[in-house]
Design a protein around this ligand. Structure first.
Ligand code: ZN
Length: 336
């Protein structure tokens, strides 16, 4: 604790334990709240009148792709500061299977290109969680980061963007990479099952990896395999992965898209309630808006044949027999 004390006067303080809102003063010293109540300013104290505003500690944003926000250049500083300006002080990154580590040398170029739409203009790949953490600590960053290990990055590091089931030894290698990242401090495993290469993973592969996460006391966090016509099966898959692996399950940005599916969130929430009633640890987060956000690539059926690396992506085949239910039927790109 050091520095000049700060007195916030007349703010609305919400007590989550008592469920009360009280107008009062808060004294902060260093990174600690040291007093709450009717307080008089001390000598040399920095006093801020926050009348009518809520006083809160920093918010945690459970779903970001800020993995490489620390590497933004000066012209992108507004982007680097965006979360902090909204009161967020900790960001969970590495979501939807996209992570800046572990990136293997043979797949570095394809993977980096693949990561850019999610991780933004500062995108860089790192061989390990430790290397990423070192680079982040050396760079200016305005929030704390809690990284998940992106399954897409792990899978592509082992077998590229091959659209096939992984072999036993490939999954074993993925387990090793994931385990190393978790030992080095990563917070869990994330999947992005509508995106290449996550879309090619079988449930068995995911259960094996989720078990590694569970062994480290870390969750399985998933962008589901489907958020439209087949959302209930996708929720069931996530729950089943939790059941078989003993990992806690967190469903990212839970939603149901497509007019025909409006309202079926009642059914998926019912599935989640039921799983929780059976003792499984299943949670969700939601966007704070009603729109969705993703890359245009996600609206193409995943690959045609062979390698689907973004660099060598074949022409999409919209009625590919393997993806009969692919939901995209029309894409409208408005002019700006
Ligand atoms: Zn996502």
């Amino acid at each position: 604790m050091s520095g000049r004390p700060v007195l916030l006067r007349g703010g609305r303080v919400v007590d989550g334990e008592r469920g009360t809102i009280e107008t009062t003063d808060v004294r902060i010293l260093g990174d600690r709240i040291v007093e709450v109540g009717r307080l008089s300013p001390g000598r040399d104290e920095l006093v801020r009148d926050v009348d009518g505003l809520c006083v809160a500690p920093g918010w945690i944003d459970t779903h970001t792709h800020a993995d490489c926000a620390a590497f933004l250049n000066s012209e992108n500083q507004p982007l680097a500061l965006a979360n902090l300006r909204q009161g967020v002080t900790t960001q969970v990154c590495g979501n939807c299977g996209y992570g800046a580590f572990p990136v293997s040398e043979p797949h570095r170029d394809d993977l980096t290109e693949h990561l850019v739409p999610a991780l933004g203009p500062g995108t860089r790949g790192f061989p390990s969680m430790q290397a990423w953490a070192r680079a982040v600590s050396d760079a200016p960053l305005y929030t704390n980061l809690a990284p998940l290990v992106g399954h897409g990055t792990v899978r592509a590091s082992v077998m590229g963007f091959e659209d096939r089931a992984a072999t036993d030894s490939e999954v074993t290698r993925m387990e090793q990479l994931l385990s190393e990242c978790l030992e080095q401090g990563a917070f869990g495993l994330s999947t992005g099952l509508i995106y290449s290469p996550g879309v090619f993973a079988t449930m068995e592969e995911l259960v094996r990896l989720a078990r590694v996460s569970a062994r480290h006391g870390a969750p399985y966090v998933s962008h589901l395999r489907n958020e439209t016509d087949h959302v209930q099966q996708a929720v069931q898959e996530a729950i089943e992965i939790g059941r078989q692996s003993a990992a806690g399950v967190h469903i990212s940005h839970h939603k149901v898209a497509g007019r025909a599916n409006w309202g079926s969130i009642q059914k998926t929430l019912g599935q989640i309630d039921q799983a929780r009633a059976q003792g499984l640890d299943v949670t969700v987060d939601v966007y704070p808006y009603t729109a969705g956000s993703t890359a245009l690539q996600a609206f193409q059926p995943p690959a045609g044949t062979g390698s689907s690396s973004p660099r060598h992506r074949p022409e999409p085949t919209p009625r590919d027999a393997r993806w009969p239910a692919w939901p995209s039927r029309r894409i409208t790109i408005p002019s700006t």
